[in-house]
Ligand binder design. Structure first.
Ligand code: HEC
Length: 160
């Protein structure tokens, strides 16, 4: 029974996503080891991205934050789905091109979203490269600083 329900839920999500752009999981392979293939994360160790990254991307400044995290990493205390994380994510700017970072973010936002994310503009390599240049002293701590400002400014919209 449970399996039938899961299959039905999957079919409904696939139908809802039919109009959204399609993104392959190739670039996301660099993320799946920690955030897991379906983006659900590991409670207390690796935060979930599923159904959260799209919400963050829709907030003013959220896209820049997402690019900074993937490019330069993230560290320090953060909350997601009511759980606290005190981890360190390594930056991927040295191992991934801006095309690959854009592709990974598009996978997270569009493929790992059960809600319709079609209103969100897809990430491009140019946008990633521009943000990488715009951030002064990029580091995991810098991204943490961007995060805490955004959470404060958008307390009502930020996914908890
Ligand atoms: C080695 C493990 C690891 C890998 C690989 C990794 N991450 Fe992370 N990620 C983490 C950890 C740990 C955190 C939380 C850091 C903290 O506690 O401050 C995190 C946080 C994040 C966040 C912030 C979420 C939020 O709610 O603010 C995003 C977005 C993210 N990762 C995306 C990615 C993407 C996309 C990739 C692949 C390009 C990736 N991560 C690869 C471990 C990883």
């Amino acid at each position: 029974m449970r399996r039938v329900l899961l299959v039905l839920a999957g079919a409904a999500a696939a139908a809802a996503a039919a109009d959204a752009p399609e993104y392959g999981s190739d670039a996301y392979a660099a993320c799946a080891a920690c955030h897991l293939p379906a983006g659900e994360g590991v409670p207390g160790a690796f935060p979930p991205l599923r159904n959260r990254a799209a919400k963050i991307a829709a907030i003013a400044g959220g896209r820049e934050y997402l690019i900074s995290v993937v490019s330069s990493g993230l560290m320090g205390a953060m909350e997601a789905d009511g759980m606290t994380y005190m981890g360190v994510m390594p930056g991927h700017q040295g191992s991934m091109t801006s095309e690959q970072i854009a592709a990974a973010l598009n996978y997270v936002v569009f493929a790992l979203s059960d809600e319709d994310a079609a209103a969100i503009t897809p990430f491009s390599a140019e946008e990633v490269a521009a943000q990488q240049v715009a951030v002064k002293s990029p580091s995991p701590a810098t991204a943490a600083g961007i995060r805490s400002k955004l959470v404060e400014q958008h307390a009502n919209e930020w996914p908890r």
